[in-house]
Design a protein around this ligand. Structure first.
Ligand code: DGL
Length: 268
């Protein structure tokens, strides 16, 4: 048993889709969430900037003596985590790439998988490399969808604007014939309905945050580190507290009643 908290972070609100699943599968865990709302999006930044932000985000969460960190961001998992993992011996860092790739390899029937992600994620080729490692026969393509994060962060998750942009990004993916699409960024599940309508109901969509939450459960169970009392969530952001609570509820699909605290991430 280990009552210490699990740290979770993302560039903004997207990581809350992972928190939602964590709360469901591990209700006794305490969670500390950091959303770097002052610097979102990460996906359009250089690799050097993403690595710098990743280090600061981890350093902030480390202050709470967390037992594990879930990197609930496709971009950080793809670009920052591979560079920094060795800087934190003894602190398990779980990204979203491994569990999502595993789920995609299992789901595909025709061996064609598409990955939707930010520029940084697609540039890294992280999901494709992991898929090849697990299942060399799978054919995977990546499609950068830089408009998805601003759409979602501004609440455009349905309607004509969202649909037009989804159609534009999915054209190539559908021509390729993917029967499985990895929503390779934790913001994208909010566009799941529109993506599914455009892709068709035969196409399986993989929610990377939810998959990673299951991996966290597996890892904590294996290490004998599960918590046993009632869990709570604390929220920290690097910008506007009010916006976070209002929009964040959409991602969590429940009201954020807890206090949200603003921090200066540049200090870490
Ligand atoms: N949720 C992040 C991801 O999974 C958002 C991307 C961004 O900040 O650009 O990649």
């Amino acid at each position: 048993m280990d009552q210490r908290s699990i740290g979770v972070f993302d560039s903004g609100l997207g990581g809350l889709t992972a928190v939602r699943e964590l709360k469901r599968v591990l209700p006794t865990e305490n969670i500390i969430y950091f959303g770097d709302t002052g610097r979102v999006p990460y996906g359009t930044r250089s690799d050097a900037a993403i690595v710098k932000y990743t280090r600061q985000d981890i350093n902030f969460l480390k202050r709470f003596d967390v037992k594990m960190i879930l990197v609930a961001c496709g971009t950080v998992s793809s670009v920052g985590l591979p560079v920094l993992r060795e800087e934190y011996p003894g602190l398990p860092l779980i990204g979203v790439v491994e569990s999502a790739s595993r789920a995609a390899a299992k789901a595909t029937k025709n061996g064609k998988v598409a990955i939707l992600g930010t520029n940084g994620t697609i540039r890294s080729g992280s999901y494709q490399a992991e898929l090849k490692r697990i299942c060399p026969d799978v054919d995977a393509i990546g499609k950068a969808c830089p408009m998805f994060v601003p759409l979602v962060e501004n609440g455009y998750t349905d309607g004509q604007v969202a649909r037009l942009i989804v159609e534009e990004y999915l054209e190539e993916v559908l021509k390729f014939g993917a029967d499985t699409i990895v929503l390779g960024c934790t913001h994208y599940p909010l566009l799941k309905k529109v993506i599914s309508e455009v892709a068709g109901s035969d196409v399986t969509l993989i929610d990377v945050g939810a998959q990673a939450a299951h991996l966290v459960k597996e890892e904590l169970t294996e290490r004998g580190m599960l918590a046993e009392e009632d869990g709570s969530v604390s929220y920290y952001v690097s910008d506007n507290v009010e916006n976070f609570a209002t929009l964040g509820s959409l991602f969590l699909q429940c009201e954020i009643k807890e206090q949200v605290e603003k921090i200066d991430i540049e200090r870490f």
